[in-house]
Design a protein around this ligand. Structure first.
Ligand code: URA
Length: 189
């Protein structure tokens, strides 16, 4: 399947009820053959209006965090979410919604073929790393699965709510940068 076929199919998706309330489906953004992929939870209000992941306040903070380690959605990462349509009132996506949607993300991962997947927050880590993942304890650690390295950092919205988490996240970002230098030389070329 090509990117165009995948995106066109996703844009028509009616696999769960979130299609009834979405403004725009938020497919993904960035470099489609990046070695580093970031996965968030699901669109919020601004993302739903604009059709792009992480464009609200949390998104601005994410961009700043990425800049710190020389990553940029226009240059060297791909960004997508576990669910492609906004859950009403920004509630967590239901398990049934995640299950209905995850095929789109799996297909994106197959096309990007990232070497490192960074989960943004508890929900993405629970789906992609381990259902029992504890973000407070396990953020910043690396887990290998089928030849891909996974890690998780606090969600930008959590850092906005609780700035005390920022120093730990800065350490995680520096460790991520070192790992990228080690195994994804093209990212900083
Ligand atoms: N939060 C997410 O998890 N994803 C977005 O795209 C925006 C906010």
């Amino acid at each position: 399947m090509t990117w165009e076929e995948l995106e066109n199919a996703a844009l028509e998706c009616r696999r769960c009820a979130l299609c009834e309330t979405r403004t725009k489906l938020v497919f993904g953004v960035g470099v489609r053959d990046a070695d580093v992929m970031l996965v968030g939870e699901g669109p919020g209000e601004n993302e739903d209006l604009q059709g792009e992941p992480f464009v609200g306040r949390g998104g601005q903070l994410l961009d700043t965090m990425l800049t710190l380690i020389d990553l940029d959605r226009r240059r060297n990462v791909y960004i997508a979410n576990i669910v492609k349509c906004r859950p009403p009132k920004n509630r967590d996506p239901l398990n049934t919604e995640q299950d209905a949607c995850i095929g789109w993300l799996r297909a994106q991962i197959d096309l990007v073929k990232p070497k490192i997947i960074v989960c943004l927050g508890r929900v993405a880590a629970g789906v992609l790393i381990d259902p029992a993942f504890k973000i407070t304890r396990e953020h910043g650690q690396f887990f290998e699965k089928d030849g891909v390295l996974y890690t998780a950092i606090f969600h930008p919205a959590a850092l906005l709510r609780d700035p005390r988490k920022r120093p730990e996240t800065f350490e995680d970002l520096k460790a991520l940068q070192a790992k990228i230098r080690e195994i994804c030389p093209g990212t900083y070329a």
